[in-house]
Design a protein around this ligand. Structure first.
Ligand SMILES: *Cc1c(COP(=O)(O)O)cnc(C)c1O
Length: 383
């Protein structure tokens, strides 16, 4: 039986040829494909600058660093995310504060943000869960009121829109972060990027990903053409040209990928609307989702059978997954003093959530198999 994963990359002949031509050329890293991919990303999103990184995680680290996040600072984010959203701030000695989520979108509940803001809050990090944008206008209003920075963790959400603006345009944020891990919309194997309209953040990001080194704006007088300065402690977080060529080739297909995802979602909606077993994803009137995930939420009696359902789906070849175990429930965060019960809606969401397969190369047969298997399995459980 064929296994249908919850997500997978879509790499074709053009992508492969793009990578091969880099391997035959002069630049394996720090060459023209990096520039090309960065310009392509900035243009696609409608932002001034894009800086590539070797992962979404290192891109988040760079984003937080460039805004000056550091020790004794707090940043507010969602518990319904991958651990990297919080970890990247912990790298800098800052403390994540988790705001509870909306039960329908799984996004941070913006109504609950304000009372978590303190004198040491520096940053708000909305995560566009499953590809559905957070209400960025409301986040931005609070940020303005309290003089906070905003970083969008858009690792799920390249190609989505908030109202008429594209995610990554940074209309309501300082910086936006993407990931190019193979389960995300477009891939470079591993990789990430930060988008911004701010030259100062751009310069910091460029240095941060390369040891904190620059050849421009030197603090001391240049001794010669060889001169460079390390002005702060950076990392080697660079993407290679091999990866950037893949990214650039994938970027050209992003809108087609998203259309395919939305077609699959329409098929699911047609089959699953008004079903007695689970709630399906919503799309708010302010949102155009890029559907990185298709998270269903089990209704009450079935919530108790989640493990059984999950195992049965897997047995039947549906590569379902769960997104997410609330970040603060992880042993590392429990050891830091975060306790269960902190975000009850996120904990309830976790108990109910199962992500169904959605990726551009799913064919009608795959889609129908998912739908039939889901109904049959619930039928089975009922009996
Ligand atoms: C994938 C992901 C990351 C991390 O990206 P990597 O490229 O895997 O390092 C961060 N945040 C979210 C929400 C993600 O889905």
């Amino acid at each position: 039986m064929k296994y249908i994963p919850y997500g997978r990359q879509c790499v074709d002949k053009d992508d492969i040829n793009a990578v091969i031509s880099v391997l035959k050329g002069d630049w394996l890293t720090q060459g023209p494909n990096i520039t090309g991919f960065e310009e392509g990303l900035a243009e696609y999103c409608g932002a001034k600058y894009a800086v590539t990184f070797n992962s979404g995680t290192s891109a988040l680290h760079g984003a937080y660093y460039s805004l000056g996040l550091g020790e004794k600072d707090e940043f507010i984010t969602s518990p319904n995310t991958f651990v990297a959203t919080a970890n990247a701030g912990v790298y800098l000695g800052a403390r994540p504060v988790f705001v509870d989520i909306e039960q329908d979108t799984g996004n941070m509940d913006v109504q609950k943000l304000e009372k978590l803001i303190t004198k040491v809050t520096k940053l708000i990090v909305p995560v566009h869960y499953a590809g559905h944008p957070v209400d960025m206008e409301k986040v931005n209003n609070l940020a303005q009121k309290y003089h906070l920075h905003v970083v969008e963790d858009a690792c799920h959400a390249i190609g989505s829109h908030f109202k008429t603006g594209k995610t990554g345009a940074c209309q309501y944020s300082d910086l936006t972060v993407f990931s190019f891990h193979p389960v995300k919309h477009i891939t470079t194997g591993e990789g990430g990027a930060v988008l911004t309209n701010n030259k100062e953040y751009y310069n910091k990001l460029i240095m941060f990903r390369s040891h904190g080194i620059t050849k421009e704006n030197l603090i001391n007088e240049a001794e010669g053409d060889w001169s460079y300065e390390m002005q702060f402690l950076g990392y080697n977080y660079r993407l290679t040209d091999i990866q950037a060529a893949l990214g650039l080739s994938q970027l050209a297909k992003l809108d087609t990928f998203i259309s395919k995802r939305r077609e699959i979602v329409r098929a699911y909606e047609k089959a699953f609307h008004d079903n007695p077993y689970f709630n399906i994803p919503v799309e708010k009137d302010y949102a155009y989702s890029s559907y990185h995930l298709y998270p269903i939420r089990l209704k009450d009696p079935y919530k108790e059978n989640k493990k059984l359902l999950f195992n049965r789906f897997r047995e039947l070849g549906l590569g379902v997954q769960v997104h997410y175990i609330p970040v603060y429930s992880q042993p590392y965060y429990q050891n830091l003093g975060y306790t269960k019960g902190l975000c009850p809606v996120a904990e309830d969401f976790y108990q109910r959530e199962i992500s169904l397969p959605v990726y551009p190369s799913m064919n009608d047969q795959n889609i129908n198999y998912v739908i039939e298997t889901i109904f049959e399995t619930f039928q089975e459980i009922k009996e």
